[in-house]
Design a protein around this ligand. Structure first.
Ligand SMILES: Nc1ncnc2c1ncn2[C@@H]1O[C@H](COP(=O)(O)OP(=O)(O)OP(=O)(O)O)[C@@H](O)[C@H]1O
Length: 311
């Protein structure tokens, strides 16, 4: 569905400054995949998405999207993809249903097909009751669902979502996701999204591509990334200095922190290491628990920095 080779974008800001926003990205995304692109601010996520959706031309490298080259056959690509950008805006005073139909007509659907498609999407995204409301009267969550509906009006097989849930409250985020998942199943779509929300990438995406400084630094399932790169954190309270050498002796122990209150140590297999520590520590141990890693721990292990400035 998507293949990129050495995809690169430089922005020349002035004579002295060039921003290397995307530095040679290679990606292969197959039909039906749901991929989350994760990275800190300025990592190059939006720039990559804008190249894949033909909105800006690459400086170097190639990208094939839905079977067509993004530069040589931009119109073909556009016909086959949907794109929901950050803060899309439907026309303000239009009625919700009319707006969807107009968008369908822009994509070349005849009047009847546009009307049918609008009805289908309103129903699928739980907006049917709101078809006669003005776009401006929708809540943030409803508005975002309308954006998704607009992205889907021409029945694309590939949908790009740039931070679909930013600015929504947790309930609306969950609700939007229910709808996205349902649409995906119903229309057998491939979905590529960017997100700042680690938990969202973790629970919703089958595959996470982590981008930093314009490069892909990791690409796998969330579970594999965590197992491979981060490991479990063993947190024990008790006599820290006495526990420290015991913790260091655990299989795969690393990143030991010792305080008066206890220790923290990273291990490959927390549930296996925990009873070993309990057995060895005896009275020196008060409490012990295993914390499973997050994608933030993965990013930290890869870069030494934290991912969550904005989430
Ligand atoms: N038109 C432009 N001109 C100059 N620099 C740009 C332009 N667009 C993006 N950049 C720069 O390119 C880099 C990548 O930006 P991009 O928007 O792709 O990051 P991002 O990962 O999507 O960030 P965010 O999570 O904040 O949306 C940043 O340093 C940004 O300032």
């Amino acid at each position: 569905m998507i293949t990129t080779r050495g995809l690169t974008k430089d922005f020349v800001v002035n004579k002295k400054t060039t921003v290397h926003a995307v530095r040679g990205i290679n990606l292969d995304i197959g039909p039906g995949e749901l991929v989350a692109v994760l990275g800190p601010n300025g990592a190059g996520k939006t720039t990559t998405m804008r190249m894949l959706t033909t909105l800006i031309a690459p400086t170097a490298g190639t990208a094939t999207v839905a079977g067509h080259d993004v530069v040589r056959a931009a119109a073909e690509v556009r016909r086959r993809i949907g794109y929901v950008g950050q803060g899309n805006g439907a026309a303000h005073t239009q009625l919700v249903g009319d707006e969807l139909q107009v968008q369908g007509r822009i994509y070349g659907l005849d009047r009847r097909t546009a009307a049918r498609r609008a009805d289908e999407l309103l129903a699928a995204l739980d907006l049917a009751e709101l078809g006669k409301r003005k776009v401006t009267d929708l809540s943030g969550g409803q508005r975002r669902r309308l954006d998704v509906a607009i992205g889907l009006v021409h029945a694309p097989s590939l949908l790009f979502l740039d931070e679909p849930s930013t600015g929504l409250d947790p309930q609306n985020r969950a609700n939007l996701w229910t709808h996205i998942q349902r649409m995906r199943a119903e229309f057998a779509m491939t979905i590529v999204l960017t997100t700042h929300y680690l938990d969202e990438a973790d629970t919703m995406a089958e595959r996470v591509v982590i981008v930093d400084h314009g490069e892909v630094i990791a690409d796998d399932t969330p579970a594999a990334l965590k197992a491979k790169l981060a490991g479990d954190l063993l947190v024990a309270t008790g006599d820290g200095p006495a526990l420290a050498p015991l913790a260091t002796a655990l299989p795969g122990a690393r990143d030991l922190t010792v305080t008066d209150a206890g220790i923290e140590v990273r291990v490959n297999d927390g549930p296996a290491a925990l009873p070993e520590l309990v057995h060895a520590a005896g009275v020196h141990l008060r409490t012990a628990e295993v914390r499973r890693p997050t994608l933030d721990d993965v990013f930290l292990a890869l870069t030494g920095r934290n991912l969550r400035e904005n989430s």
